[in-house]
Unconditional design. Structure first.
Length: 373
């Protein structure tokens, strides 16, 4: 499942350096993802002590400044961030006004052209959005719930500006997100809750960007108001997967302290490629149980705080069933990533193991199809 906001972090490297290099200072901009364009801006400046520095702004996703390093040699261009497995490779044009290349992040390659902007053409970089007040009401001022287009593929939870959006999501999807549970933890669900798909567009009552807790609470309010959801809780022993730290300790995890109350960024770049930013391991476990695995996932790592990392594995046909996605058979490629359980240990220094574990179960007492808008 695509999870909440699509956060892109890009480290810019214009490969090399040396005398005679073109002056690249200024604003460069371009788009990726044709049809649903995502605008990227790079602001390059001279660094103290020589060389260049830059910031990247994904201006359709809030425009936060992401630091970048810049070097130059000739016309060869490479833009990369190892933690996100993001690369842009291309060439600087003869008149030094365009960088033409390809963008990839573990999935299909997309074309990208970065144009040097001037005062007339430069896209405005939005001011960083302020956080929603800690005591703000966790309700929606306006909420639209419509049946999704028949045949729609995939699912999406995200924010666009102040709007909270879900695409092609069922009532069970909304409940699992709102309460951080797996569908196996929901008892008494009616068949329509997993067969009817909805698009939700809702505007919070309060201004500012909600944190994870506030966003979940708003979806909980929506479920109670529009779906008339009522339930009780029980602790039950259920088959689950448990995440623990492997012998030797965790690895390839970067501690993220930039936005401790912010939303995590976890959007799949193809089956089995998951860049993660600003996420706790409880949030990571929730994405794995709601999108990938067929049972609840329990975080027992004991790792505090938020992290950036990438998990890359070869999915099998037991995974992504909740997304309605059919995983293709193995390609036979000797260089393909390992399976999920091996990848988590080799790449992150963690273990994912099956076990019976006590988990929170939601026993549904009442639920209705959503009321009219």
């Amino acid at each position: 499942m695509r999870y909440l906001r699509h956060v892109v972090a890009v480290l810019v490297v214009l490969s090399g350096g040396g005398a005679g290099a073109q002056d690249l200072t200024g604003q460069w901009q371009g788009t990726i993802n044709p049809g649903k364009e995502l605008r990227l801006v790079f602001v390059i400046a001279n660094a103290d002590g020589g060389g260049l520095r830059a910031t990247m702004h994904s201006i359709d996703q809030g425009g936060q400044a992401i630091p970048a390093n810049v070097t130059v040699q000739g016309t060869a261009v490479q833009i990369a961030i190892p933690a996100g497995k993001i690369t842009i490779e291309g060439r600087l044009s003869a008149d030094a006004t365009t960088i033409i290349g390809n963008f990839s992040q573990g999935g299909p390659t997309l074309p990208i052209s970065l144009m040097r902007a001037n005062k007339e053409t430069a896209w405005a970089i939005p001011a960083p959005p302020s956080a929603m007040a800690a005591d703000a009401p966790t309700t929606f001022d306006v909420a639209s719930i419509k049946l999704s287009n028949p045949g729609a593929q995939g699912k999406l939870f995200t924010m666009k500006g102040r709007q909270v959006l879900t695409i092609n999501t069922t009532a069970l999807d909304l409940i699992t997100f709102a309460y951080g549970v797996h569908t196996r933890q929901i008892v008494g669900a009616q068949p329509w809750m997993n067969s009817e798909h909805y698009d939700v567009s809702a505007t919070p009552t309060a201004t500012g960007v909600p944190n994870e807790r506030q966003l979940r609470a708003m979806i909980q309010s929506l479920l109670a108001d529009r779906f008339k959801l009522a339930f009780r809780r029980e602790t039950r022993e259920l088959p689950a997967y448990v995440i623990t730290v492997a012998p030797g300790g965790p690895k390839n995890l970067t501690r993220n302290t930039t936005n401790p109350d912010g939303l995590p960024g976890m959007i799949f770049r193809g089956l089995g490629n998951l860049p993660v930013s600003n996420a706790t391991f409880s949030e990571f476990a929730n994405v794995m149980q709601t999108a990938v695995l067929d049972r609840p996932v329990v975080d027992r790592t004991g790792l505090p705080g938020r992290y950036d990392f990438t998990l890359n594995w070869t999915a099998d046909d037991s995974q992504f069933a909740q997304m309605g996605v059919r995983v293709p058979p193995p390609s036979g490629d000797a260089n393909a990533p390992p399976g999920l359980f091996t990848a988590i240990q080799e790449q992150l220094g963690l273990r994912l193991e099956p076990a019976n574990a006590p988990v929170d179960a939601l026993i549904i007492d009442r639920v209705e199809k959503p009321s009219e808008n």
